[in-house]
Design a protein around this ligand. Structure first.
Ligand SMILES: *Cc1c(COP(=O)(O)O)cnc(C)c1O
Length: 238
């Protein structure tokens, strides 16, 4: 059995290899370590190996873990990304405890996150989630509606529009994986012309498809099981 630091290093090596293959700068792709369902000790092990950005899917689990980790590492600033579905009655703890939200798919949710963001924390970084695989996926806005939602997010005072996020329909076929990510890249580049250099994030690619995502321009890959191991359960959001 390999350890978290060993698996983390293997993921870093794979990111470097894909980034080189894509002829992109080595700092073009950030690793978000998805720690959902794993306890604070797993986060601490990855943090000790130099990982700083962590992704969580479930609000209460994430808030509890952030608290436990900050007690264990006082003075150390990790960066927490919320990457799960956002329910409107859960926006406040997200706005209060996270640095990023990747999964904004409705204006109403964006307004609540902005209203509830504590003044002292600075703007919450937001990606608009895109439904890039059509009917196969329930989450995200249709590509034709992304620009309108992005405009709404960009107008809100306590949010900072950073980019787009997608979870394409899983596929074992590399060509299919790449096609979905290529469609995201086209959307991203169109919106980047509109919103400028601050619109700098294309969040796509997970353990099974990060090479295809990096070849198509991902700037954040969200990797869980390749770092922390297989998840033994999938917790439903309470
Ligand atoms: C769980 C999850 C991941 C990580 O998936 P792995 O296959 O474990 O790498 C990435 N993104 C989102 C939105 C997730 O829910």
């Amino acid at each position: 059995m390999s350890s978290i630091p060993e698996r983390l290093q293997a993921v870093r090596d794979a990111i470097v290899a894909a980034t080189n293959e894509a002829r992109r700068p080595l700092d073009a792709v950030q690793l978000l370590a998805v720690s959902k369902t794993f306890g604070p000790d797993a986060v601490l092990a990855a943090a000790a190996a130099g990982q700083r950005a962590f992704g969580e899917n479930y609000v209460q689990e994430g808030v509890d873990k952030i608290a436990a980790v900050s007690v264990a590492l006082p003075g150390e600033r990790l960066v927490w990304h919320f990457i799960g579905p956002v329910q409107s009655n859960k926006t406040r703890p997200i706005a209060e405890h996270f640095d990023w939200v990747h999964t904004v798919e409705r204006e109403k949710i964006a307004v609540r996150l902005s209203d509830q963001r504590p003044a002292g924390l600075g703007p919450l970084n937001v990606c608009v989630q895109v439904n890039i695989s059509g009917e196969a996926s329930k989450s995200g806005v249709a590509p034709a509606e992304v620009a309108e939602l992005a405009e709404a997010v960009a107008r809100l005072p306590n949010l900072r529009l950073r980019g787009l996020m997608a979870i394409p329909e899983p596929s074992d076929d590399f060509t299919e994986q790449r096609a979905a990510f290529a469609a995201m890249r086209v959307l991203y580049e169109q919106l980047r012309e509109r919103f400028g250099a601050g619109f700098d994030t294309l969040s796509m690619g997970m353990s099974a498809d990060m090479r295809a995502a990096i070849l198509e321009g991902a700037t954040i890959v969200r990797v869980g099981s390749a770092i922390f191991g297989a998840r033994t359960y999938n917790k439903e959001q309470a």
